[in-house]
Design a protein. Sequence first.
Lengths: 112, 114
Amino acid sequence: DQQVKQNSPSLSVQEGRISILNCDYTNSMFDYFLWYKKYPAEGPTFLISISSIKDKNEDGRFTVFLNKSAKHLSLHIVPSQPGDSAVYFCAASAHGNEKLTFGTGTRLTIIP
Amino acid sequence: DTAVSQTPKYLVTQMGNDKSIKCEQNLGHDTMYWYKQDSKKFLKIMFSYNNKELIINETVPNRFSPKSPDKAHLNLHINSLELGDSAVYFCASSQGRLAWDEQFFGPGTRLTVL
């Protein structure tokens, strides 16, 4: 039962353009969402998060948007840089819960 | 100075063997985790310990046994290895025990069962 879905396994974007990574979830109890970034041969590292009381959170070039009614969130990277090439995982949790549920990841490739 | 380290990085072994993966964190965190990333790239929680107490125990075969000798270490022992155990295993740690506490991951251990 895949409660967090990233339907695009891969995405290629030109350097300097906007990268948009999407994530859908099915569990209406989820109220906290995180994005992790993973380089080859390394573990995931935390990138940005958003609580369900907000619909947008920004950190430098990274912005996460949350649409609760659609059970959808997206990560925008502007402008995209070669160092952004990595696998991006979306993750979600329910309030007060100790467990994170991850999506399968989207491999982002930034083309110079 | 690695924050979360795992040994070994690669492990190749025969079916039926018993093996252990070690994890150490030097961040002073109270909570540690084991995740499994299978061939379909799902990253799934297996176990979590908070101050040496087991707090998450997902539906994992009892051939898998975590051991936390102290809050800086969480080891994973696997008995009677099967082909389906082949995966990348990630250790992680966080200060708090809730899912929104930022988790710091180790580099992973790639286990191949032949």
